[in-house]
Write a protein of this length. Structure first.
Length: 728
């Protein structure tokens, strides 16, 4: 019998490595084994931090780790530019910094002295000669530490390029420079300042930057973990993760008594009653009464350069109130080290997410979506980007349109080749011609784009501005100063009505929108830890922090629990494979045609090796509910795999119904779901059209069957009528 298990989990594992990979992966690697031999490519640039002499730290940031696009920085054209940004936490006292740049320019520029100009935070840093040899050049540029600030710093690289073959074409293919982002990096050496921030400084000190929160130890509840402490730890992890915004620390579960030995180099959060916190609790906590909530921040007792956040109260309601104050996005925390809150002072109701998907059947002004007025002056091209998220289960109706009402103006002297191209999610949709030679101010110019161009989750509409003016002769002198275009932030976008419908499993939706575990839907979901071990709890907290981070949500209404009981809700299960008892969230068809109960003897025999596995399926006991399982071969490997999975390099690659991965981002292998089911509501006609589009041969067979049945019925009627005529 070929079960759904073998077609999903085992097949993915076989694709991920050769038959002996699981065994080989468990062998102790040699000291020189620095790469995963099963990766499809070797470069895997990551930000690294290491101690150096004198109590200092050195952070090395490859440019590849500081930008979303993969591959080199390609600077095309006469005036090309690129910017990369990196963050520095207030705790970092910068001692020295440098940039190492590996680059090469096109051979056609040989003899014309191409240049690269570098600036940091809009201050000139250096200019270096472009190299047109066959090999790349390496430049080291020393940075002034006083030019680096707490928060985001921007390194800009401008290329000035030209050639002498005939007339200068600013967009000629010969004008290019490549910067090797894997081997170019920013290096910063810093010391850690003693921690001295207040609660009002949380947004600044809880940072993912250099010197920020890299290790996070969480003390939750007492020595015996339970569902309540699992919930407290997840909410504490989300309070930190949401402030870090794009990165997560390595999360570890600690006992209150082990903080002194295990907390070196680690930022700490402790959640519990004064008795559960033990020696971590300050004397003021002894006076807590009723449902009063306590929240404080100060230096860690294990490392004074890191912080300790205390969340406490005498009752679960009091601790819940302190967690709400910590997790709430706009709650005004005082400029003090501690805060005592009465029940009426804590945030009530749901803690709103920082970023919510847009509602359908609504109109939005561009400025409310974070768009700033954009101008193109003295240039032939430019682009304006509008980014937003839609609900993960949105399904626009047939022939529906998203309508942009654009407020724009353009200058005089353009020819009829000037256009604004509208590109949605990388696909061209519409063009707006700029045809008035005297220029024009155009309010509310409507552009209808098919709603099918938009997708659940993240969307991006790009308005590509192409300005053209008449020119004569091969080398005619041309001025571009008259070229002008402005797209105003008063422009609007109107979304049509839509159904709420989605086909599951779909790990791509989990990756992009957290669906259905992001806390954005009315129906709550559940999180289950297969066991009460500290590594499993830390894995749950790591995944909860990543899911909350997608929208900036906190899971106060989520059902947390220990064990493998599946509630009537979408459920995320986390546990090591030996602790699952063969559990797998797919329905396995037994020989007699009856579905299994979600447990399979086959899965208990699978050796995952160093692989992590995430697999989704319909809940065996609750039709229409999704179960997602994250597992690995042991509890420690589970935590390591969870930490790797939440990295952007891995998380962004999730798709299908099952995925396996190892440390290297190029080892991810996915498998399409073997069985799917639908959640939501949609008209029967739209469902039929959708399914016929996915499998047109089924639609053809259905039509053929219907025509055959109709022909058979007509034949029977004709025969009946002939028999009646003969009888007469």
């Amino acid at each position: 019998m070929i079960s759904a298990l073998r077609s999903a989990a085992i097949a993915v594992l076989l694709l991920a490595a050769s038959p002996g990979a699981a065994v080989l992966a468990q062998e102790a690697p040699a000291s020189e084994a620095a790469v995963d031999v099963y990766a499809r490519f070797r470069d895997n640039p990551e930000v690294t931090t290491e101690p150096v002499e004198g109590g200092l730290w050195r952070a090395r940031l490859p440019l590849a780790a500081l930008r979303a696009p993969q591959g080199p920085i390609r600077l095309n054209g006469a005036k090309a530019t690129e910017a990369v940004s990196f963050e520095i936490a207030p705790q970092a006292d910068i001692q020295s910094a440098r940039v190492v740049l590996r680059h090469v320019s096109g051979r056609a520029q040989e003899g014309t002295k191409p240049q690269l100009r570098l600036s940091l935070n809009d201050r000139f840093v250096a200019q270096v000669d472009g190299v047109t040899e066959r090999a790349a050049a390496v430049n080291e540029i020393v940075l002034d530490p006083s030019g680096l600030f707490s928060g985001f710093n921007t390194l800009r690289i401008d290329a000035v390029q030209r050639y002498t073959y005939g007339c200068q074409d600013p967009d000629a293919a010969e004008l290019w420079t490549d910067v090797d982002t894997a081997r170019s990096y920013v290096e910063v050496v810093y010391a850690r300042r003693p921690f001295g921030a207040s609660l009002a400084d949380l947004d600044a000190v809880v940072s993912a930057g250099i010197g920020g929160v890299a290790q996070l130890g969480i003390v939750a509840g007492g020595a015996d973990p339970d569902a309540q402490s699992l919930r407290w730890g997840a909410l504490a992890a989300q309070a930190v993760g949401n402030r870090m915004d794009y990165k997560l620390p390595k999360i570890t579960r600690l006992d209150a008594g082990a903080v002194q030995s295990a907390g070196q180099g680690t930022d700490l959060i402790a959640v519990g009653t004064p008795e559960q916190l033990g020696a971590l609790a300050p004397p003021q906590l002894t006076g807590l009464k009723g449902d009063a909530s306590w929240l404080s921040i100060g230096p860690s007792p294990a490392d004074p350069s890191h912080f300790l956040i205390l969340v406490s109260g005498r009752t679960p309601a009091a601790i819940d109130g302190a967690l709400r104050a910590l997790a709430a996005n706009a709650f005004p925390l005082s400029d003090t080290g501690s805060l005592l809150l009465q029940p009426a002072e804590v945030p009530q109701g749901a803690v709103l997410a920082k970023r919510r998907p847009l509602d359908v059947d609504a109109k939005y002004v561009f400025r409310d979506l974070g768009f700033a007025e954009m101008s193109v002056l003295g240039q032939e091209r430019g682009e304006a980007r509008l980014s937003f998220s839609l609900p993960a289960d949105v399904h626009f109706r047939a022939k529906a349109d998203v309508v942009f009402a654009l407020d724009f103006a353009y200058g005089a002297g353009l020819d009829d080749k000037s256009v604004v191209n509208v590109v949605v999610n990388g696909a061209f949709q519409r063009a707006v011609r700029l045809t008035n030679p005297d220029g024009e101010v155009t309010p509310g110019y409507q552009v209808a784009v098919p709603a099918s161009a938009f997708r659940p989750g993240r969307n991006e509409a790009v308005f590509e501005i192409e300005l053209s003016s008449p020119s004569e002769g091969e080398c005619a002198a041309r001025s571009t100063r008259h070229l002008a275009f402005v797209l105003k932030d008063t422009s609007t976008m109107t979304l049509p009505a839509a159904d709420r419908f989605v086909e599951l499993p779909n790990l791509a939706l989990l990756s992009e929108a957290g669906f259905p575990f992001a806390g954005q839907d009315e129906a709550p979901f559940a999180l289950r830890a297969a066991d009460a071990g500290p590594a499993t709890a830390a894995a749950v907290w790591t995944l909860a922090a990543r899911l909350g981070q997608i929208h900036g949500a906190a899971f106060f209404d989520t059902d947390f629990g220990l064990g493998l009981d599946l509630p009537d809700a979408h459920t995320l299960v986390v546990g090591a494979r030996p602790d699952l008892g063969g559990f797998l969230p797919v329905q396995v068809n037994m020989p007699d045609g009856q579905p299994a109960d979600g447990f399979s003897r086959d899965f208990s025999l699978v050796d995952l090796g160093d692989n992590g596995l995430i697999i989704e399926g319909e809940s065996p006991g609750h039709p229409g509910k999704l179960v997602a399982l994250v597992t690995a071969e042991s509890a420690d490997q589970l935590l390591a795999s969870a930490r790797t999975l939440v990295e952007p390099s891995h998380w962004s690659q999730l798709k299908g119904g099952a995925v396996v991965w190892r440390d290297h981002a190029a080892t991810i292998v996915s498998r399409a779901a073997s069985d799917t089911f639908e959640v939501g509501n949609m008209s029967p006609g739209d469902i039929a059209r959708m399914k016929s589009g996915r499998a047109p041969w089924r639609w053809i067979l259905t039509i053929a069957a219907a025509l055959f049945a109709l022909a058979a019925a007509l034949a029977l009627i004709a025969r009946y009528m002939r028999d009646r005529v003969k009888d007469k």
